[in-house]
Design a protein around this ligand. Structure first.
Ligand code: SAM
Length: 360
């Protein structure tokens, strides 16, 4: 497997911002949990600023909207002239230009003259500590920690391990997922101050343990196989392509907390739920199979095709890279429009709190 099989950021030039309304609409109930956390979180004493961290922000359009009411709640609770500092964080190669353009131009942007609310970005993996110890008041992470730090191995019969029949691959990904979740929690726990809270919403599993998105992933894998069969890429390239994401069960989210707390963090609330398929709702209204299919293919292109494209022999610099994105997206759209099916979107959300002194 190519050593590049760590996640790539979302497709750049604002493409993720344009193709991420599925993530936004299905995170709505977790946004309500974030707002509840903003009401109750312990604030630092003025003049120490209130720090909000957004882990895996991508290009910002969803984060800006999701954070706006929580920020307004914190503003109303903060002391006069107590600044609020928001850090949007993502991988070093994420498209930060689009993030800053969204912050400057989005009508919902919290960066307004005189508001004493400031935005900055950190380009570093959330599998490391990326903000000073005991500095963060409120953390938010939406649709991001399904991405592992790396793919532990190639998957012989799929690009998504959830649909692989290979027991070795399934076990290796489960082990990596557990290790990465603990690493993520340890670093967030160091960053949160006492009484600080963190809300995480990520890809989950159904009550039956299903990852969901079956029609989408079948269409994707068949389209990639077509690209190999037609000679566009070779089979070694196909077999090196992996999406290093996992759906997390409620039990796996809670596992590090078996003793009641993990590194000073406790679970306040945890829910598994099914997100919406807004494209299916539109399809039921207008019967436009092409629109439905293009919407899901664009979601896939913006989020996972850049990672899969790294599997081409020349990686992202490969002369076929742009064509790869176009062809894989078109292949998926053709398949999905021939047989539209509602997507199952399992999610899991958890609210964590850093214990206060004297509580342990
Ligand atoms: C699907 S996007 C979610 C963006 C946004 N939070 C939303 O809800 O629409 C996932 C983001 O997580 C980022 N990501 C993946 N692995 C990461 C890591 N190890 N450290 C920081 N960000 C990571 C990706 O680059 C991507 O921008």
């Amino acid at each position: 497997m190519a050593s590049e099989m760590a996640p790539a950021p979302m497709e750049g030039h604002g493409s993720y911002n344009k193709s991420s309304r599925i993530q936004a609409s299905s995170a709505v109930s977790a946004v309500a949990m974030l707002e509840e956390a903003a009401k109750h979180v312990v604030l630092p004493s003025a003049p120490t600023p209130i720090v909000i961290a957004d882990y895996g922000s991508s290009q910002g359009a969803n984060s800006i909207r999701e954070l706006s009411d929580a920020i307004a709640l914190l503003r109303s609770r903060a002391a006069l002239r107590q600044g609020i500092q928001v850090f949007h964080t993502d991988l070093p190669t994420s498209d930060y230009t689009s993030l800053f353009v969204s912050l400057a131009t989005d009508s919902k942007s919290y960066v307004q003259p005189g508001s004493d609310i400031y935005a900055a970005a950190v380009g570093r993996s959330f599998y490391e500590q990326i903000l000073p110890s005991r500095s963060v008041t409120l953390g938010w992470s939406s649709w991001a920690v399904q991405w592992l730090s790396r793919a532990p191995m190639a998957i012989p019969d799929q690009v998504q391990v959830a649909y692989s029949h290979d027991a070795l691959a399934r076990a290796a990904f489960a082990e990596q997922a557990d290790a990465d979740w603990r690493t993520f929690l340890r670093h967030r726990s160091n960053e949160l101050h006492a009484g600080g809270r963190l809300v995480v919403v990520t890809m989950g599993l159904t009550a039956e343990g299903e990852f969901g998105y079956r029609p989408l992933l079948e269409a994707l894998y068949e389209s990639l196989r077509d690209l190999a069969d037609s000679g566009f890429m070779d089979s070694a390239e196909l077999h090196g392509m992996v999406i290093p994401t996992v759906g997390r069960s409620l039990a796996s989210i809670e596992a590090p907390f078996a003793g009641g707390m993990f590194n000073g963090l406790v679970i306040e609330q945890a829910n598994a739920f099914l997100g919406d398929d807004p494209l299916w709702a539109e399809y039921e209204r207008d019967g436009d199979a092409g629109k439905f299919a293009h919407g899901w293919a664009a979601f896939t292109r913006a989020s996972v095709l850049p990672t899969l494209g790294q599997g081409l022999s020349g990686g992202v610099a490969d002369a076929r890279y742009a064509d790869f994105l176009d062809r894989a997206e078109a292949g998926m759209a053709a398949r999905l429009s021939a047989k539209p099916e509602k997507m199952v979107v399992p999610l899991v959300a958890v609210v964590l709190r850093q214990m206060e002194q004297g509580e342990r």
